[in-house]
Design a protein around this ligand. Structure first.
Ligand SMILES: Cc1ncc(COP(=O)(O)O)c(C=O)c1O
Length: 385
């Protein structure tokens, strides 16, 4: 039996979304929120725009890109991009876990784009990136949140592409180096790497994406909530703080709080270093572990945010995935009940295992404190055979 550790993580928040608030966060910090005001009042619009200005500076988004706040969280932002941009040419759809697969379903079954190719891979792997045709539009997820597999960089994307690259970057933004020259539409939400509040999406568009919006009218009807153009021209207001519908000014304030914290830890470099340090701590522990391994087969594709692990204990040999899932669920439940770790079970569609969020808002010391508890909890649940 493994001895019960004595040191507890200070914050048991390891969920992959909504993710841990930034260290030191307090609800009191939101006292200046413009609640009870119209979001179209000048100071409110300025506050909304501040989210974009600070995000743009931290992420290094080129000056000629548009960045705006949109409804419906990351899903809303990405759907908006798919519905507004696709249909002008064929599309390559990349999927290696459930979120990417969801975008495939939307494009194939909802938009019914006939000229599509699906490049897929199982949990733990990337599809054949060499096989992507950049004369076509390309839809992909920078970091597959449910498998913990990310693209290593943007080198595989053609600089001189004719199609557009549409990238769901919700668990990569503010944690990984997005290659803006290789991207055309990029989306994320607030509740991931900076620990903001949910329901608000960010949509970044390259000049080429704007050109597409203004030259291509999709053949399907466009709900108001997705409409990025007015009389064939980009609705610039959306990218200047005039949102399509009403955002929460409390959440806006919280997003600014997260961005200011990001600046205080050194901007993107600081955020990436914190996330990488979290991954390194877990990797050292995994190397010495006899019961757990990364789901990502290639270390270059290991996510530093959604760190997904699966069970390799000899106990698991010959067992079916339901049996393994019941053990990993019991482990997650035990640590939840102990107040040691919340929400660390793998995603419902993913292979059974654990998922630890390693974004910058998680303190390395908390992950360090958690790891012996994982060993303890596994030995507890494993022995109950
Ligand atoms: C890669 C990816 N895409 C989309 C989503 C859905 O995000 P939201 O709930 O912000 O719409 C998530 C949520 O975890 C995600 O990780």
């Amino acid at each position: 039996m493994t001895t019960r550790p004595s040191q507890r993580p200070t914050r048991p928040h390891f969920s992959s979304g909504p993710c841990a608030k930034r260290p030191g966060w307090e609800a009191r910090g939101l006292e200046g929120a413009l609640v009870g005001r119209s979001h179209r009042a000048a100071p409110a619009k300025a506050r909304i725009q501040e989210v974009s200005t600070r995000s743009r500076a931290i992420l290094g988004i080129p000056d000629d890109w548009r960045l705006g706040l949109v409804p419906g969280s990351d899903t809303g932002a990405l759907e908006m991009a798919l519905w507004s941009l696709l249909g002008a040419r064929g599309v390559d759809l990349l999927a290696w876990e459930s979120f990417g697969s969801g975008w495939v379903t939307d494009v194939v079954k909802q938009l019914e784009i006939k000229d599509h190719r699906v490049l897929e891979a199982d949990y733990g792997r990337l599809p054949d990136l060499e096989g992507v045709d950049f004369n076509r539009d390309v839809v992909f997820t920078w970091n597959g949140t449910t498998s913990g597999v990310r693209v290593p960089n943007g080198d595989w994307i053609a600089a001189d592409r004719a199609g557009l690259t549409i990238c769901d970057a919700t668990s990569a933004a503010f944690a990984m180096d997005l290659d803006w020259d290789k991207l055309d539409a990029v989306t994320w939400s607030w509740q991931k790497a900076l620990g903001g509040e949910a329901a608000h999406g960010m949509l970044a568009l390259s000049p080429r994406a704007v050109e597409r919006l203004e030259s291509h009218a999709p053949e399907w009807p466009m709900p108001k909530i997705f409409r990025l153009t007015k009389s064939g021209k980009l609705n610039e207001g959306i990218f200047e703080g005039s949102t399509i519908n009403t955002p929460s000014m409390l959440c806006v304030e919280d997003a600014i709080d997260g961005l200011c914290w990001a600046e205080s830890v050194g901007g993107l470099d600081g955020l990436m270093a914190r996330s990488q340090a979290n991954l390194d701590i877990v990797a050292t522990w995994v190397e010495a572990s006899s019961w757990v391994d990364f789901l990502a087969e290639n270390p270059a594709t290991r996510s530093s945010t959604s760190i997904c692990l699966h069970i390799v204990d000899e106990w698991a040999t010959g067992r079916d995935s339901q049996e393994i899932a019941s053990k990993t669920k019991a482990l997650a439940k035990l640590l939840d009940a102990e107040g040691i770790a919340f929400d660390i079970g793998s995603y419902r569609d993913a292979p059974p295992g654990l998922r630890l969020w390693g974004g910058a808002t998680v303190e390395a010391s908390d992950l360090e404190a958690l790891l012996p508890w994982l060993d303890w909890a596994w030995s507890e649940v494993r022995s109950k055979d």
